[in-house]
Design a protein around this ligand. Sequence first.
Ligand SMILES: [Zn+2]
Length: 103
Amino acid sequence: MRERYCRVCGGWHQLDQWPHDCLPAQNPAQSHLPAPHFVSDSIDIRSMHDGQHYTSKARLRSEYRAAGVIEIGNEKPQPIDKPKTDRMAIRNELRRVYAEYNA
Ligand SMILES: [Zn+2]
């Protein structure tokens, strides 16, 4: 049988007889599912549109689509157009006031 190096105890174990104590620690944030990230269709929500109770995101959204309702909340914010500072105008105004004060 094939043996593999064990990072937990530093020894060598048969792949088909791996000691339970040497299994790597499970990340508590990670589920037991084989997929790294799984988005479920299940939801427990009351529609803000028709007031009905829904247990499927797809059915809720199809109801929204059929009614022509737009679901909002996850769109990216648009970049804000900041006005450019007119540094030359500020400098000229400061020079004018300074000259006027010292005159
Ligand atoms: Zn081990």
